[in-house]
Design a protein around this ligand. Sequence first.
Ligand code: NI
Length: 159
Amino acid sequence: MALRSLRVVQDDILHKVSRPVVQITDKTCQLLDDMLETMYHHNGVGLAAVQIGVLRRLLVIDITEEGDSPIEFINPEVISHKGSQTGWEGCLSIPGKSGNVVRPNITIVRALNRHGEPFEMHCEGQLAVALNHELDHLDGVLYTQKAIEMRQQGDEDEE
Ligand code: NI
């Protein structure tokens, strides 16, 4: 595994749309490993590949305090959303800020794992927040574009 440099807010790549992964190779798995290492290093709870400069539809998320339950999503697609919640979130690509954002309370998502196997996941609460935040990254959208309120130096978990 290797720690990768994070792309931050001034970088135009963060506004670009990521392309689907066509074939899952050793390189894809290496990339997922690097994304996890980079996310954990920065105490994040989620990371999209674009945040380390790769425009592919790959996400990693781990909302546990222990940081021992990583979830990997390749080519994630939303099946459905339900309800809404509003909460403070941050982003590793936007240091020192946080924003209050309205997100679905429940999102059902379909994706591939690193073995190329499809799975569906019911994401609720904080996991739904993290997932939807990361899904936005794949479409070049930052939470600052959706926040109903912003503040500096938030102490919330960063995604
Ligand atoms: Ni983010």
